[in-house]
Design a protein around this ligand. Sequence first.
Ligand code: DX5
Ligand code: ZN
Length: 227
Amino acid sequence: MTVRIAPSILSANFTRLGDDVREAVQAGVEMIHVDVMDGHFVPNITVGPLVVEALKPLAKELGFLLDVHLMIEHPERYIDDFIRAGADLLTVHVETCPHLHRVIQQIHAGGVKAGVTLNPATPLTTLEEILADVDLVLIMSVNPGFGGQSYIPRSTLKIANLKHMLNEHGLSQVEIEADGGISPTTAGEVVKAGATILVAGSAVFNSKASISDNIKALELAIAQVKV
Ligand code: DX5
Ligand code: ZN
């Protein structure tokens, strides 16, 4: 499976969001990650369906996917709004869904791809009964809530164990996404472990270099793994 970078707009400049996204897509990314936080499940508050809706025309024009990560309690209340707004992929936390199977069905009924995600302290065993029903598993490699945190080293083993679990279940088509602390320094090990989508916020949208140079640096780190 090819490895894709999904820049997280959490670290973008919101006064020029469209331009930042355009620059990232023109540098070659096919996916934009939108972090939705409610101030309850996580300590931070970010954006809702309005921002997904605002990005949708650009997504259609440039041909990128909107990857929406819901860090909210009762996600089932908002899933239809995000689908109407134009999400292509919706990911929910197992910690927020006592009726996870129903929530995944709700997402699929709306015609979009469904992902599940785990906080760093939540074990992979919580996925066993749902793995066959999802398109993607996102491994949080920081505690959700903020951009710019350090990668939690144990996440690499968790990704490798998940890859093994998927292979054992004959589910190698399920993608593994890594989210949090991904940089040119950590990208290599998560790809080696089996991640095929790498979310990167501060490593893409920082002022140290241009967005396209930051994406190139990540791509270089990923390419070195394959050699
Ligand atoms: C954290 C979010 C991440 C965040 C990653 O709760 O889910 O998507 O934007 O930011 P970086 O790449 O800066 O760790
Ligand atoms: Zn995220």
